[in-house]
Design a protein around this ligand. Structure first.
Ligand SMILES: [Zn+2]
Length: 211
């Protein structure tokens, strides 16, 4: 599909949701796929401590094993990573520093405080803001969206997940809902809509090294 649509870009990774199914062979396959395809990033990869980590397949040790292996692959291939982090911001930051990962990337669907966001941006990451922002009750998220420099933000939908406010929960989220995230961000910030649209697009292109 990415070959058919030049404005689409591919990222591949072993997601923590399927942590219990990953095998060493999948890592080998991923490394092969990185060599064969024009990937813009390895991802989503990450740690999800909201999963039941008492289960063997989702234990912290196993999650970290797959995550670390993929961070090393990305570093070796000089690719950014797209990070999935739930209740794991501090640990992910610690591991990225230990591994001297310096390719940056996106922490998508970011949930955390300004200090945690800054630790990621210092490592060359952008902060992905998406549908959560469209919920009026998301006060902490909205404060974060106001506090971050515009140069640190990228917009996302996480389609088909993370439904927007008012969207029927049974309906998949779609990439063309993205302007709703932009509209809410414009309400929250001092910059104009066109400025936010322009700068977040530049941020995405920069971090994923798109032409
Ligand atoms: Zn995710």
């Amino acid at each position: 599909m990415c070959e058919q649509h030049p404005c689409w870009h591919l990222a591949l990774g072993l997601h923590p949701y399927f942590n219990d199914q990953h095998t060493q062979q999948h890592l080998t396959d991923l490394a092969d796929a990185v060599g064969r395809n024009k990937l813009v990033a390895v991802g989503e990869i990450g740690l999800d401590f909201m999963l039941d980590t008492t289960l063997e397949g989702f234990s912290i040790a196993l999650q970290e094993r797959w995550f670390v292996a993929q961070v090393k692959l990305a570093q070796q291939e000089k690719l950014p990573i797209i990070v999935h982090s739930r209740k794991a911001n501090d640990r992910i930051g610690q591991l990225l520093r230990q591994l001297n990962f310096d390719q940056g990337g996106i922490v998508h669907g970011f949930s955390g405080n300004v200090q945690q966001a800054q630790k990621f941006t210092q490592l060359g990451f952008k902060i992905g803001l998406g549908g959560n922002l469209t919920y009026e009750r998301a006060a902490a998220m909205r404060r974060l969206a106001q506090a971050l420099p515009l140069s640190d933000i990228v917009l996302e939908t996480d389609a088909p997940d993370m439904p927007m406010a008012g969207q029927d929960k049974g309906q998949p989220n779609r990439p063309d809902e993205l302007p709703r995230v932009l509209a809410v961000l414009t309400q929250l910030r001092l910059e104009s809509m066109s400025e936010i649209a322009m700068q977040t697009a530049v941020n995405t292109a920069t971090v994923l090294r798109l032409n």
